[in-house]
Design a protein around this ligand. Structure first.
Ligand code: BGC
Length: 550
């Protein structure tokens, strides 16, 4: 056994580091988690009724995707009022009670903040539309005259969801929306916008949240001259290689982040911020300077193919990047924007999973393989140093509902991509809690997206107490992680062959994942404390399986 790298990074006051450095954060998509009032949409009451489940699962924190007042044109990432809760979900008082109850159950709470754009139903945008060109109310957004005779948009930028990034108002001016037309981009050069978000953060910190996930954190600032982009391939959400990109990852973002950090730091009790910033490795550290974000989401694991060397590179690079700036890495296998990994890993290598539900072929999907790999990936992620973000249903091994009929699709991506991509509804179908009941226990009156007949077999009820189930695997992994993986942030990569990813943690736990087609012999060990597959006998490790050894 040859040691290949050693990255060690003791956190500040490593005996008692801030909670967020080593947490497992469970992402709740409130609309699809649990429906307490029987209207077919998940809500705060439903979440409160399931806090016991989350506590027993063993997660350290909950992250709620936006629950604010919103017409839900983009699932709530179109906020009409940042200080109100969508009445379909509850009220601010109910949210504050939920936060307090979660805290009382030992779980921290992270709220989502959406500063790049508002809803087109936000008071500010309604005022902007009602005012004259050139009025101050328009300068809170990017509202510009068109080119030529005004009938051409101000420049060539296109929306992340497809189509032009500009929509024309009735009076002839155009407004910018990097996402859907219902999501006008705010103008962060306007001091009123800057001041407003300081207050929005304070408002939610006063309600007790322990931190914020900041949406599209790399997009806030736009080129003041609105220069053409020229190359459409640079349009995609991040990972752009272009220096001085007109709307991604601009330097002027950082003074804004420093303001927010000062606000967050003025509250006690280790409040934090994690950025959703799709940026290149060389930019990553800038967001993590000591007076900026505490963490940045790292989507590299999610984007990696099922391949030992690709995953190994991701881990080594991510650990190194975070260590270099005194933070800890974050790990994500799925979220509300991507195909669930139990399906993704069941598709042939290099499949473009965003378009696969349209182009197929269906025979390419091997759900058994996907489930095996997803379970192994869970053990891989949960043994790593730093924080893991687990998306609701991931702990059930829930596959993507990739074949939702077009008439029920709600995600703007479907229309904006001219039906080339189905969008993200397939990972947002309401959770199955029971095997047989109405809506599989999600609620008493249907669910806003249809659940497939096979959902019951993945329900919490069907898996609870079944030792071979994915839910029990997660429960065990979270318990053992607390015992073996959170006392330090050390990781040592081990060389067990090309197709094997192996590492040991400071406390002695070894995680071994076999990416190859054949079983491998396990190295000598004291005991095998967890295996992703029950067929694992303790001597060999089957293909697409993982074990934890001590
Ligand atoms: C969120 C998406 C959302 C987009 C626009 C993202 O990064 O995760 O769900 O559509 O921001 O707000």
């Amino acid at each position: 056994m040859v040691s290949s790298i050693h990255a060690s990074q003791p956190g500040p006051g490593s005996s008692n580091p801030p909670w967020w450095r080593r947490s497992v954060v469970y992402q709740i998509y409130p609309r699809s988690f649990a429906d307490g009032n029987g209207d077919g949409t998940g809500d705060i009451e439903g979440i409160r009724s399931r806090l016991g489940y989350l506590r027993e699962l063993g997660v350290d924190a909950l992250w709620f995707t936006p629950w604010y007042l919103s017409p839900l044109a983009d699932g709530g990432y179109d906020v009409a009022d940042y200080r109100q809760i969508n009445p379909r979900f509850g009220s601010v008082d109910a949210a504050a009670e939920l936060i307090a109850e979660a805290n009382a159950n030992g779980m921290r709470v992270i709220a989502d903040v959406v500063p790049n754009h508002t809803s087109d139903q936000h008071q500010w945008f309604l005022e902007a539309v009602a005012s004259e060109p050139g009025a101050a109310a328009r300068s809170r957004y990017h509202i510009r005259p068109g080119q030529g005779d005004g009938s051409r948009p101000p420049n060539d930028w296109t929306s992340v969801f497809g189509g032009p990034a500009w929509t024309r108002l009735d009076d002839g001016e155009w407004y910018l929306h990097l996402f859907a037309p219902e999501q006008p981009d705010l103008n962060w050069d306007n001091p009123e916008v800057v001041a407003e978000f300081d207050e929005v953060l304070r408002f939610w910190l006063d309600q007790g949240v322990d931190g914020f996930r900041v949406d599209v954190a790399h997009g806030l600032v736009k080129d003041p001259d609105y220069i053409d982009l020229g190359d459409e391939t640079e349009q995609i959400l991040g990972n752009s290689r272009r220096a001085n990109h007109p709307f991604w990852d601009r330097d002027a973002i950082h003074p804004i982040v420093r303001r927010w950090r000062a606000v967050v730091d003025s509250f006690d009790n280790e409040r934090m911020m994690v950025a959703e910033a799709w940026v290149l490795p060389e930019s990553y550290g800038k967001y993590l300077r000591p007076d900026e974000y505490h963490q940045v989401f790292n989507f590299d694991l999610l984007q990696a193919e099922w391949d030992a060397s690709e995953m190994r590179n991701v881990i080594v690079t991510s650990v190194g990047k975070a260590a270099g700036v005194g933070s800890t890495p974050t790990w994500v296998l799925s979220n509300h924007d991507v195909m669930r990994e139990a399906t993704r890993y069941g598709l042939p290598k290099d499949t473009k999973w965003r378009v696969w539900p349209i182009v197929g072929p269906e025979e390419d999907l091997d759900l058994e393989l996907g489930a095996r790999r997803a379970r192994a990936a869970a053990l891989l992620m949960l043994a790593l140093p730093g924080s893991a973000y687990v998306y609701q249903g991931e702990e059930l091994g829930l596959p993507e509902v990739w074949d939702l009929p077009p008439e029920v699709l709600d995600d703007p991506v479907w229309e904006r991509s001219s039906h080339k991509q189905k969008g993200r509804d397939g990972c947002r179908v309401p959770l199955p809690w029971t095997a047989e009941e109405q809506s599989f226990g999600f609620g008493s009156n249907g669910s806003w997206l249809p659940q497939p007949p096979w959902f019951g077999q993945y329900s919490v009820e069907s898996q609870t107490g079944v030792s071979s189930s994915t839910l029990e695997l997660y429960r065990a992994a979270l318990r053992l992680r607390r015992q073996h993986c959170i006392d330090d942030e050390d990781i040592e990569m081990l060389d067990l062959g090309e197709d094997v990813l192996a590492f040991s943690r400071g406390g002695g736990l070894r995680c071994i994942v076999n990416f190859g087609p054949n079983p491998i012999g396990l190295p000598a060990h004291g005991s095998l404390i967890l295996a992703s597959s029950v067929e694992q006998g303790g001597v060999t490790l089957a293909a697409d399986c993982a074990v934890w050894l001590i």
